[in-house]
Design a protein around this ligand. Structure first.
Ligand SMILES: [Zn+2]
Length: 749
């Protein structure tokens, strides 16, 4: 079926200088011809038409005086309209629309807009419920496009209106059963065909028992239009009848699974469209679907999970599978199966509050490198605007400029063939502003500047984990070559964190006689990482005062070799933040137990599995701390004990205090954290522990930490102090004098 594009002929035959169609790019091109035709008017020809239109002939001649070009006789009487008309006539014989479209084959096309007012009839029958998937969603977007002058009111639209609209109207039509079955099961299709004839009670019952979806008698028709509209939009883009397009459609689609509706979605619009394009156009070998809706597009992932002809990339809130949809499938480890392995890229946010800079960072580090390597023939954007600032469901802060920049980057792919299909987005203001910014970008307007350019550390960490995961499948992912070199050359390389810990142990032994403390572990936990994990001074069990320091592995500050995967060792520095406390305690002849909390446990059989590994919280350290308390700390002679937790060690210390009776001997509990969330002591064992902790604790955190923005924190979080440093090592150095003063005051009582 040919795409239901309304005015192909109009588009190509339009007069070249109709104002609404003229972009500044065109003007400059046209003016080059002018330079030859009308040398004396050359300066004028470079003016943008909007500069010229409001002026009178008088002003024009003033400009010419200023530029010291003698006006031709009669110029003073030239009206702007006449001027444009004369120039158009001068151009036309030598520079036809044909040569223009040949010179700029895609940018000379217009952007398509698919919209059909009938899609507003799908609505909830529950009169009590103000449902966020509101029929007005598509209406407000259309209004925004019309108010901005990109298309025309009334919404009904007619073919004639295309003549002087900046956007070409793409007519929505109903998806056929045959098309829908390219993704969906026939049972699902049959189920939806029953909707028009059901009574209100049955429809309400389906709404009640369904997976976050509502139905009325019009739902089937609306869903068919939404899906068919998405197909026509993709077809118009693929066939080159528009340069790119946006489909303002509802109900959305990306949650719809092959066998069922869910998450406000009935048909998976984008998935069906991709299959239809692939089936009808063998030359369209690869399609990329970029899903920036704040929710994971579980249905789209399912549809193409074993298919390498569709690359699915999704950025979404995940939070361990607790954010909708409530499945583990949105995690970064879900990378496809069989032939589709490596063609599914999930970028799962661990929290809300994600901003422009975070999305841009993920685009620059993951989305665009993979897209360049994949080289799609067509890009479809699953464009939910529920990560937009103001959306109460998404709770993120993406601005219209952020969406514009993402669109702009994607337009560099697939020869500009980008089809944008609306998914979610529930704040009517946010979605209309965001969709307008996307539409303007598609049409060639440069994106507005971004005001937020620094990605947050928590997002950088997620992106890094995605890179490590995807480096198994993509050459461009920067760790790929490290893994290849390790496995191909069978180099017996050692992980640096183990080497550094070994060095620390050796130095502490040489300087202070500090030696490893024997910790009995289950045999499956044999690992070089644990060999020097716990160190202690010889007097740890006899000293009156015992300092227990639980800290992260030392960080390495290093300069990479340009263009290589190696790091310049002479420009790398070991950041050992625990060292100052150990030296202080040893000089004071206190007993010291030093516990290293590794971010990664090196496997015992490292040779077989060597490669870049994802870090994770090591639960084993909690068990280790309890073991240390029961077998060493509690049995020691010390009557005063100080806990110092640095980084992840903070959690382990709080866990120990919650589970063991420490309050009589522990006099101070000091913690240093950078970006990690605040932890509380657990009052299950001792209901007064919160009060005790508040009296005996200091938690040093960056001034910008979320916890310091809260008005009042409960006692169980302890006393938080802000430090004007962000990274952990600098923060420990800066807070050291204060921390020491606090410890000393507690020890002197
Ligand atoms: Zn959504």
């Amino acid at each position: 079926m040919a795409p239901a594009l309304v005015d192909d002929a109009q588009m190509h035959d339009a007069p070249p200088l109709t104002l609404q169609h003229t972009t500044s790019t065109y003007m400059i091109t046209a003016s080059n011809r002018c330079l030859e035709d009308e040398p004396q008017a050359s300066s004028l020809a470079l003016q943008h038409p909007t500069d010229i239109l409001p002026d009178t002939g008088h002003v024009l001649s003033n400009r010419i005086d200023h530029l010291k070009i003698r006006p031709r006789s009669g110029y003073a009487k030239l009206t702007p309209e006449l001027f444009l008309q004369r120039r158009a006539n001068a151009i036309r014989p030598k520079f036809s629309t044909d040569s223009y479209t040949r010179a700029l084959p895609r940018s000379s096309l217009r952007t398509g807009l698919c919209y059909d007012v009938r899609m507003r009839f799908h609505a909830t029958l529950d009169e009590e419920d103000v449902h966020p998937e509101d029929p007005r969603r598509i209406h407000v977007i259309y209004q925004a496009l019309a108010s901005a002058g990109l298309t025309k009111l009334p919404e009904g639209g007619s073919e004639l209106e295309n003549e002087d609209c900046l956007m070409v109207r793409i007519r929505a039509r109903e998806v056929t059963e045959e098309e829908a079955l390219l993704v969906h099961t026939s049972d699902h299709w049959r189920f939806l065909t029953t909707l028009p004839d059901l009574d209100k009670a049955s429809l309400l019952n389906l709404t009640l028992t369904g997976d976050s979806v509502f139905y009325n008698n019009q739902s089937f028709t609306c869903a068919k239009l939404s899906c068919g509209g998405s197909i026509e939009t993709c077809k118009a883009v693929w066939s080159g009848q528009v340069k790119n397009a946006i489909a303002v459609v509802r109900p959305p689609g990306h949650h719809a699974e092959p066998h069922k509706s869910m998450g406000f979605c009935l048909f998976n619009n984008v998935a069906v469209a991709a299959r239809v394009i692939r089936q009808g156009n063998p030359e369209c070998e690869k399609i990329m679907i970029l899903d920036w809706d704040v929710h994971h597009g579980n249905g789209t992932q399912t549809a193409f999970y074993e298919d390498d002809s569709v690359l699915y990339v999704s950025l979404h809130r995940f939070e361990g599978g607790t954010f909708y949809p409530p499945y583990p499938d949105g995690d970064l480890t879900y990378c496809g199966e069989g032939g589709g392995l490596g063609y599914n890229v999930n970028i799962p946010w661990a929290t809300g509050g994600i901003r422009d800079a975070d999305y841009i960072y993920a685009f620059q580090r993951v989305v665009m490198p993979i897209a360049y390597e994949y080289q799609p023939d067509l890009v479809i954007i699953s464009a939910g605007f529920d990560a937009a600032a103001g959306d109460k469901i998404g709770e993120c802060f993406v601005t219209p400029a952020g969406y514009a920049h993402m669109t702009h980057m994607l337009m560099s792919l697939a020869n500009g063939r980008v089809a944008v299909c609306l998914e979610g987005g529930y704040n009517l203001n946010s979605i209309s502003n965001s969709a307008l910014a996307v539409a303007r970008t598609l049409m060639g307007e440069p994106p507005e500047p971004l005001h937020d350019v620094h990605a947050s550390p928590k997002v950088a960490e997620v992106v890094n984990q995605v890179i490590i995961q995807q480096s198994q499948y993509w050459k461009c992912m920067e760790y790929k070559s490290i893994n290849n070199r390790l496995s191909a050359n069978k180099i017996k390389a050692r992980r640096l964190h183990d080497i550094i810990r070994q060095y620390q142990a050796r130095a502490l032994f040489d300087n202070h006689g500090i030696a490893p403390l024997l910790v009995v572990r289950p045999s499956q936990l044999a690992s070089p990482t644990f060999e020097d994990q716990v160190l202690a001074t010889p007097n740890y069990d006899k000293a009156d005062t015992l300092i227990v320091i639980v800290h992260d592995s030392a960080d390495l500050l290093g300069v990479p070799e340009p263009g290589k995967d190696t790091i310049q060792t002479h420009n790398s520095f070991v950041m050992d933040s625990a060292k100052v406390f150990i030296e202080w305690a040893v000089n004071a002849t206190f007993g010291v137990i030093d516990v290293n909390v590794p971010k990664y446990v090196t496997p015992d059989d490292e040779d077989d599995s060597q490669g870049v590994g994802n870090s994770g919280v090591n639960d084993d350290t909690n068990t280790l701390m309890l073991q240390l308390w029961d077998n060493y700390i509690d049995l020691s002679d010390a009557d005063k004990i100080v806990f110092i937790g640095i980084g992840e060690g903070y959690r382990n210390v709080l866990n120990l205090i919650s589970l063991r009776d420490c309050v009589n001997r522990v006099v101070a509990c000091i913690s240093f954290i950078s970006r990690m969330p605040l932890c509380a002591v657990n009052a299950t064992r001792d209901e007064n522990i919160g009060y005790w902790y508040h009296k005996h604790s200091r938690v040093y955190a960056p001034m910008t930490h979320d916890a310091l923005q809260a008005r009042k924190l409960k006692l169980k979080y302890g006393v938080i102090e802000g430090i004007p440093e962000d990274d952990l090592d600098s923060l420990v150095q800066a807070a050291y004098p204060r921390a020491l003063a606090f410890i000393t005051s507690k020890l002197s009582r």
